[in-house]
Design a binder for this molecule. Sequence first.
Ligand code: FMN
Length: 198
Amino acid sequence: MTKTPTVVAVSGSLRAESYTRTALQYVLEAAAEAGAETTLLDLREYDLPVYDPDLEDAEQGDAREVKRLVREADALALGTPVYHGSYSGALKNVHDYCGWDEYEETTVGLLATAGGGSYGSTLEHLRMTVRGVHGWVLPHQVGIRNASSRFVDEPDAIDGRGFADDDLQERVEKLGRKLVEYGFIDPDIPSPRAEADD
Ligand SMILES: Cc1cc2nc3c(=O)[nH]c(=O)nc-3n(C[C@H](O)[C@H](O)[C@H](O)COP(=O)(O)O)c2cc1C
């Protein structure tokens, strides 16, 4: 029997009308259609104090639950608004709580939403951060520039928003499919190329 991967999306925007959160829900929808169990970890719903190593567990709000969700995910979609050419403090705070225990052997897909035209440094910063805690970051990533012009009102769509162009929607949904396809990356399984070299 094929195991069902769990895919968790973490949105680094706390904004009520966040484009990042909308896009991540499209990622999750595509992942669900590809066979995953999905969860949106919406940081607005969790009490996650700014990380302080001196805080006792009891003082760390919902940190234990956030870490559990990240640790138990087979694959993670990390989404963030571009803030000052990097990723948001809200998402950095999640990273400061999480480490190898949470990310080891976890497949990670990245998405960034920019008000302007540039998201490259944001995605690179996220990629480096996840690499540092041994997550497996997918080559496929999504950058949404000029975010306010990339969505159109669609009352029946997720958050009442559809994508203004099909190519962007396809990139976003592809991220969801790839997270499922590579949700069980296992470094102990030799690749076909390695076997051919033997
Ligand atoms: C503190 C702050 C810093 C920002 N810095 C940038 C930036 O460096 N480059 C950019 O293109 N947009 C920047 N923006 C705009 C956001 O990236 C943009 O509004 C984004 O779509 C917000 O995502 P959200 O709708 O998910 O909250 C910034 C916004 C804020 C609030």
